[in-house]
Design a protein around this ligand. Sequence first.
Ligand code: TRP
Length: 387
Amino acid sequence: MRWSGIHHAFIPPVSAGSLSDSQGRGDPDGPRGGRKISGLQPEADPMTSNPSTRRRVLTGITTTGTPHLGNYVGAIKPAIAASRDPAFDSFYFLADYHALVKCFEPDRIQRSTLEIAATWLALGLDTSRSVFYRQSDIPEIPELTWLLTCSTAKGLMNRSHAYKAQVAANEAAGEDPDYGINMGLFCYPVLMAADILMFNAHSVPVGKDQIQHLEMARDIAGRFNHRYGEHFVLPEAATDEFVATLPGTDGRKMSKSYDNTIPLWLPEKKLRKAIMKIKTNSQPPGEPKDPDEASVYSVYAAFASETQRAGMREAFAKGISWGEVKQQLFELVNSELAAPRERYDALIRDPARIERELIQGGERARAIATPLMHKLRDAVGIRPLAR
Ligand code: TRP
């Protein structure tokens, strides 16, 4: 799965230090000691104020939508599993500043933030073992964004796929090339780089569509390091072939932009209905079917154990009906989601509890961000005039 790419055999033994005590043990030689930081070497590095020997894994979720099965299988479930792995320090955050780039409905942003936070908590994210926070609670992130913006070539941003796609769409529609493009969209990769570099993350689990953003983050980090000293780890994308492509109800990748998603927290009856709507071909019951050509099987496989998968493949060979496959798929998905769904519903009714979790997570994140930001300000020449 996605996370397998980020295991490294040489991870040293787990240190006892908690994430939040990582401040204030900076490098006595200052940031220009010329020490090399490698994205692959997780040794305690004084320059990153990281006394931990664990690798840092970080990812953000844009708060514009409602979580769906594709998010769950592709990102949330593996992330929560990784947060229990003592080899990592994990940082998960709600990217609400990123949401502002494309969503201009304030209530929707708030609602999405609530739903996504409730989702991660309901699914068992242990917030004492990971840092779970809201991007906008960390003022150092926009501050770092500006420092990085000044070390980012405009030409690099011109090459962004997301930006170019928008320009191309405008040109195809006979519009001005800049139509509907705000500076947030253009500078999106810099904000994302700040998210990652702020915590010197080694590994960033993302979908394949985000790989370019990780390359840009490395580029930006490299340029900053070259100018001002080795402050940043060069992060790496961790992607996975399989999970990135859970099909939606129409067979294409499950994605909000295709309007083919199955929301994660549908009540049981509606979940069943949604699963029954997944597209199949017209092969009748009794006729052998090819599981590798069937979206229903791909979704099934994402939830099933190996034994269950083997059993289902056999049933396909024997000509199981589409209705029966879907019924079994529903039962499988529902059995996994029933208990968390109850927790989710309870959490949604108690937003104050979620708010408390996020505030606490934000404090722990700032225990890392604030001292690093002090060093970075100093490094670029924003310094007190007298000590
Ligand atoms: N751009 C990411 C997405 O759309 C979300 C995101 C924002 C992110 N900041 C990040 C992901 C930092 C990883 C790391 O999926």
